[in-house]
Design a protein around this ligand. Structure first.
Ligand code: ARG
Length: 588
């Protein structure tokens, strides 16, 4: 369906103030309207904050403005007439507050119900983006850090996709490097029949990695063979390539199990993919005199960091940074991405900043936050256990991701059974709901905090059905659906013949919150902060609860309008869930 994209409410208000500012002060000042939602709804819905800073700029040339408030007054007077604004006022030193017309608000919500929530998708200034996320390493453990990257990256990709950006979801797996010599040699030694044997024979790839590493450290002969194997692999020798790809395949299957459960889609373009481009890309950088010799290695010095970025190791080999430079070149030139987003733990910030700087020196990136193409490192903090230390389970050093998801599901299922759902529902309904709530809880617990902070992994907390959890929110949504169902009304019919009104103050507050969906998604995308959307969703459910407590829906004179408002809330909540990678449930 071809949907006309609309400006957000905030954008529309900005447009109005933009026109007013043009009439108020000379064009050449090029003032950009600064509009924010009012913190206190008693003052208004949105406010324009330009008067104060503008006064400083114009006071010498425009003596008619004796103080900032006079500027504010003029901005208010020059506001063009619009059916979206009910009234405006001046506050304090010159804030211009506007109150939206409730009628206009109601109409806009009703239109969304008819035309679909896609009409509320934000408009972003990019066509194509790459989100580089998850990106575990072959044969090594996929740890909770990778889980965070997977969850955060998937949400960012979903938000951008919803905003009509074409997103290339890239899994930059660590599938290249010297460790493969040791792994391949160990495969040959332990599994002489490796070519014929099915991949599951190797079983636990992490154990395989550890054992081969021990062999490498303890046996000089083996070490030598492993080092020769690296050369054979990089030289493209058939047997070695085959062994390498078999090892990768085993890891890939394990990663895929996690992605499937999480409902995450990714396209693998691992480090090995970019290997053939490295030489050419480094030559390009050399030709710009960016690469210099240092202690036998080849390096790039970037501003502000004392240590240089090593791009060719002393043994002549390439590394993580050379691969990332080649990948960036490929993404800019071959894939024509305008925004490249990397999701890893904050510990890698320096690596990203350094190779971003190198790319800027090479003239690949214009630099500046509003110039494209642009690169962003989306860093995140640690996952902690209850002891405040890095999250681990008792028995093993690392937490198996699949086990974690299993446990969340099991606990949810037990809670549902306790509430009698095993009798009430089909087995499939029970399973599906337990999965949706369990996996949703794990994701939401991760996303609701600012990603830069560490957070404590705690099943009891995240599975609590009260407070700011996915469980609470999913149930809130299901409750709305059940109110609509139980009303016995055909909501599609009501959309056609009914009208929506926002006459009660609590209806209006809820309506305003719904209307802000678009600008909130925009903000979450622009700042790459999913927690902004979580906060919005949680506040939405609070506004809904207040409305539902104070306004009778079924059986009231306003039933039709209020059912439509319930439906609009459910639609927006569902879209939030979808953007957060959470499957909504309709029954509880
Ligand atoms: N494989 C890396 C790790 O596990 C993450 C890769 C992130 N992406 C990138 N282009 N460097 O830490």
């Amino acid at each position: 369906k071809d949907t006309e994209k609309m400006d957000s409410v905030k954008q529309l208000i900005e447009n109005l103030f933009g026109e007013s500012l043009k009439l108020t002060v000379p064009d050449e000042l090029d003032v950009v309207p600064i509009v924010t939602p009012c913190k206190d709804l008693r003052h208004g819905d949105y406010q324009c904050n330009n008067a104060m800073s503008l006064f400083a700029k114009v006071k010498d040339n425009m003596p008619e403005f004796r103080n900032p408030r006079a500027v504010g007054q003029a901005i208010e007077n020059n506001l063009p007439a619009s059916d979206m604004i009910e009234r405006s006022s001046i506050a304090g030193p010159g804030y211009v507050n506007v109150v939206l017309s409730s009628k206009w608000m109601a109409k806009r919500i009703h239109n969304m119900l008819v035309d679909g929530i896609e009409t509320w998708a934000p408009k972003l200034p990019v066509q194509r983006a790459i989100v580089d996320f998850s990106s575990p390493n072959i044969a090594k453990e996929m740890h909770v850090g990778h889980l965070r990257s997977t969850i955060i990256g998937d949400t960012l990709a979903r938000m951008l996709e919803f905003s009509n950006v074409e997103v290339l979801r890239r899994n930059h797996v660590g599938d290249w490097g010297t460790q493969f010599g040791m792994l391949i040699e160990y495969l040959f030694e332990q599994y002489p029949n490796w070519e014929a044997s099915a991949s599951q024979d190797i079983g636990d790839l992490q154990k395989f990695y550890k054992d081969s590493k021990r062999r490498f450290d303890e046996d000089g002969d083996f070490k030598e063979r492993a080092q020769r194997a690296v050369v054979s692999l990089q030289g493209g020798e058939e047997k070695y390539r085959k062994a390498w790809s078999q090892i990768c395949e085993i890891s890939r299957n394990e990663f895929e199990r996690v992605y499937q459960r999480l409902g995450v889609v990714l396209e693998e373009k691992g480090e090995s993919f970019y290997n053939p481009y490295i030489t050419k890309v480094l030559e390009l950088l050399s030709s710009k005199n960016l690469i210099v010799e240092s202690e036998g290695a080849r390096v790039i010095y970037v501003e502000g960091v004392e240590r240089p970025l090593i791009v060719v190791k002393r043994d002549g080999g390439f590394n993580y940074a050379s691969t990332d430079l080649a990948a960036l070149w490929y993404r800019l030139n071959e894939e024509k991405a305008e925004w490249i987003i990397y999701v890893t733990d904050v510990g890698q910030r320096e690596h990203f900043e350094m190779f971003f700087s190198a790319a800027r020196l090479a003239g690949w990136l214009p630099g500046g936050d509003d110039k494209y193409p642009k690169v962003s490192h989306v860093g995140f903090g640690l996952v902690l256990g209850d002891d405040g230390k890095r999250f681990r389970t008792r028995s093993t050093e690392v937490v198996k991701l699949v086990d974690l998801l299993d446990e969340a599901k099991t606990r949810c299922k037990a809670a549902l059974i306790e509430r009698g759902k095993a009798v009430e529902w089909t087995t499939e309904e029970l399973e599906k709901t337990a999965e949706a709530v369990g996996y949703g809880a794990v994701k939401y617990a991760d996303l609701k905090n600012n990603r830069l902070t560490n957070y404590t992994f705690n099943f009891d907390q995240m599975l609590n059905d009260k407070g700011n959890t996915a469980v609470y929110l999913l149930y809130a949504h299901a409750r709305i659906c059940s109110i609509i169902r139980k009303s016995g009304k055909d909501i599609e019919e009501l959309k056609k013949v009914g009208t929506l009104a926002l006459d009660h103050p609590d209806e209006r507050v809820l309506g305003l919150h719904l209307l802000q969906f678009s600008e909130v998604v925009n903000e979450a995308c622009t700042n790459l902060l999913p927690n902004i959307l979580c906060e919005y969703l949680y506040n939405l459910s609070e506004d809904y609860t207040r409305f539902y407590t104070n306004c009778q829906v079924v059986g009231s004179a306003e039933e039709t309008s209020r059912l439509l408002l319930c439906e609009a809330t459910a639609v927006v909540m569902r879209k939030c869930f979808h953007l957060l990678g959470i499957t909504p449930v309709y029954k509880i």
